[in-house]
Structures are given as C-alpha cells and as structure tokens.
Design a protein around this ligand. Structure first.
Ligand code: HMG
Ligand code: MG
Length: 316
C-alpha cells in the first residue's frame, strides 16, 4: 500500500552497485557471461544507473579482472532503455582502459581517512586526490560523467569515528576537482540518522549542494534504511544500493553488505516515490544470481517475496 510522507522527493534515482561493489567481494569469481546477464536483467528490471565493473589493478580486485571482456558484452543494454553503465577508475591507467572501451560514465573513489586511503589506494588522502586530478580533468574534457565516491564518511574500522569536518574537507576537494556527483559512503555501516543529517548540513554549508549528493549506506548495524530516510528528508534523491544486498569492500574489515536494492525499493514504493524499478523482476534477478553464488540473498525483502520451495536463494 502506498502512503506518502510529507517532505520527500517525488522520484529517486537508484545507483545500482551490485555488479561492481557486490561482486568485487565474492570469494568465487563469477563468470563474465553471468555478470553480463546479471547487468542485462537489472536493466530489464528498470534500473537506469548500473555500475558495471572497475578498471583497477587486477591484483587488487581479481573478481573484476575481466573488465575488458565484460564491458563490450554490455552494448545491447542500450536497447533496454536509457541506461548509464559507470565504471570505477582510480588513475589515468584505469581511465585509458575505460575510454578505450567507450565508457561514458566513471567514478573515482577517495577516502575520508588516511588508513583506508593507504589500504585501498596505496596512497595518502592528498596523494589520492592528486592521482584523481588528471583523471577528472581528462574525463570532463571527453564529456564523460564523473562521480566521486568518498569512503569512511562516518566511521573507520582502524581510526574509529570520523569527524564531520574531516569528511567535508575531502568531499569539497573531490567536488573542486570537477566531479559531477559525490557519493557519501558509510563503508562499515556505523552511521545513524542524526549523523547523516549533520554531515549533509555541513556539506551544504561548505557549498556542496544537495542535488549533487548521493548516499551509499551499508546495513551492518541494520541502519541503512533509517539513514536513507534521513537523507531523503534532507532532499537527497540519489541512493546507492546493491541488488540482493551483495557485497562490501575487500579492503575494509567489517564492511558487510550494502543496502539491498529490494529493501530500498520496498520502502520507496510504500512511500509512493517513483524509481521505475519493477520489484518482482528485480527480486527474481537476485534469486537467480543467488543460485549462481550458491547462497541466499541477505535481503529481507528478497526473502519475504520468495516462496522457499521455488527459491534458489535457499540453497545453502
Ligand atoms: P599501486 O600499486 O600504487 O599502483 O596501486 P602504481 O601506480 O604504483 O602501479 C603499479 C603497477 O600497477 C604498474 O604496473 C601499473 O601499470 C599497474 P607495472 O608497471 O608494475 O607492470 N596499474 C594498473 N593496471 C591496471 N589498471 C590500473 C592500474 N593502475 C596501475 N588502473 C592502485 C594503486 C590505485 C592501482 C591500486 O591501489 C588499486 O587498484 N586499488 C583498487 C582498490 C579497489 O578497487 N577497491 C575497491 C573499490 S572502493 C569501494 O569499494 C568503496 C565504495 O564502494 C564506497 C564505499 O562503500 O565506501 C566505492
Ligand atoms: Mg559499498
């Protein structure tokens, strides 16, 4: 049943990260053809921004080492609708690889903390910003859309709570490089709604407008939907989520699942907020992928909507 609540956006764009953030974290490497079919099915389900893969060093993320083979298989996704297929790019080498295959949307990924910058990018925070600078400049010159991820915006497994001012400094620096959009990552899922509102308010005060901000919550402590609602109440209308709740981050201890797209769509449908996503089609896709992964989806909504007898997701 749809029961709208006041003060929320009429429409939310879901930035689907399952194929990248989800699959980068799987122990088993999923075959390239299965990844391509997964992405195609996500597009059929109505998702319009589907992060496809990463052009990072294959030793760092072996699960996505097939980026060169996968990306060309996605040409037919355009037939499904107007779908963007962003890819992660840490440096100019990654950008060269992405541009060579015709990528039109990229994401750089920074960290609000020094420890995660060192573990994820082998650099300090400022050295990573310097690494991104030519990437963003060249992408913008090529009219490629650029997202700037910022990890550890609320807490860090090695450094503890992360001060809002520290996050704002790096977020502002990413936007000053020319990123079109910022995604605030709660990489280890420790945020609570008041903290979300405080960070968004501080970013606005620093000159980062709400329409350019997306949120990327993890559900480690069961707070992802509460945090999403706080962000929606602040006016945010771009929300990252991962089909079936796949994934975490290979370089962040205790980064468990991303917010499941199905759980998000259930809440947004109930609030009467448009997403364009067909929940039944999406759920069927996550159940299908769970069959390939050999374990059930952690999404509450996927489980609630799937009869146990017909579900590959209940195979353990
Ligand atoms: P490095 O070792 O410092 O790299 O790694 P380097 O620049 O010193 O180069 C070393 C070698 O790597 C060279 O090869 C380069 O050519 C090669 P050699 O000359 O020795 O033969 N190289 C590359 N090869 C292929 N593609 C490239 C590339 N770059 C260099 N792009 C680097 C630095 C950034 C490359 C490395 O740290 C890396 O790949 N990190 C990626 C880590 C990652 O993908 N993490 C997961 C994504 S972040 C995340 O999930 C969080 C997020 O979801 C939000 C949230 O939840 O918070 C976004
Ligand atoms: Mg994530």
């Amino acid at each position: 049943m749809k029961v709208p609540a006041p003060g929320l956006p009429a429409r939310v764009r879901i930035h689907e990260v399952g194929a990248r953030d989800g699959l980068q974290n799987e122990k088993e490497t999923v075959p390239t053809e299965v990844k391509a079919e997964f992405i195609r099915r996500l597009a059929v389900a109505g998702l319009t921004t589907i992060e496809a893969t990463s052009f990072v060093h294959p030793k760092w993320v072996p699960q996505l080492a097939d980026a060169e083979q996968l990306f060309p298989l996605l040409g037919d996704i355009a037939d499904v609708g107007d779908v963007a297929l962003p890819v992660l790019v840490p440096n100019e080498r990654g950008l060269d690889r992405a541009l060579a295959l015709g990528a039109r949307s990229i994401a750089v990924f920074g960290s609000a903390t020094e420890t995660f910058a060192a573990r994820n990018l082998n650099r300090t925070v400022d050295a990573s910003l310097a690494m991104f600078e030519p990437v963003v400049a060249r992408a913008k010159a090529a009219k490629v859309q650029v997202r700037g991820y910022l990890s550890m915006c609320f807490g860090d497994p090695w450094e503890g709570a992360v001060p809002v001012a520290q996050v704002v400094r790096v977020a502002k620096a990413l936007m000053d490089l020319g990123c079109d959009e910022l995604s605030l990552g709660d990489t280890i899922g420790v945020a609570t709604p008041g903290h979300v509102t405080a960070l968004l308010t501080a970013l606005n005060e620093a000159g980062v407008p709400t329409p350019s901000i997306g949120v990327h919550f993890h559900d480690t402590y069961g707070q992802a939907l509460s945090n999403t609602l706080a962000a929606l109440q602040h006016g945010v209308s771009t929300v990252d989520a991962s089909a079936g709740g796949l994934g975490g981050c290979p370089y962040a201890r205790s980064a468990t699942g991303n917010l499941a797209t199905e759980d998000l769509v259930w809440m947004l449908d109930g609030l009467g907020i448009e997403t364009g996503v067909d929940l039944a089609e999406l759920t069927a896709t996550s159940v299908w992928l769970a069959g390939h992964l050999g374990r059930p989806s952690p999404s509450r909504t996927v489980r609630a909507l799937t009869p146990p007898s017909s579900s590959a997701s209940h195979k353990e």
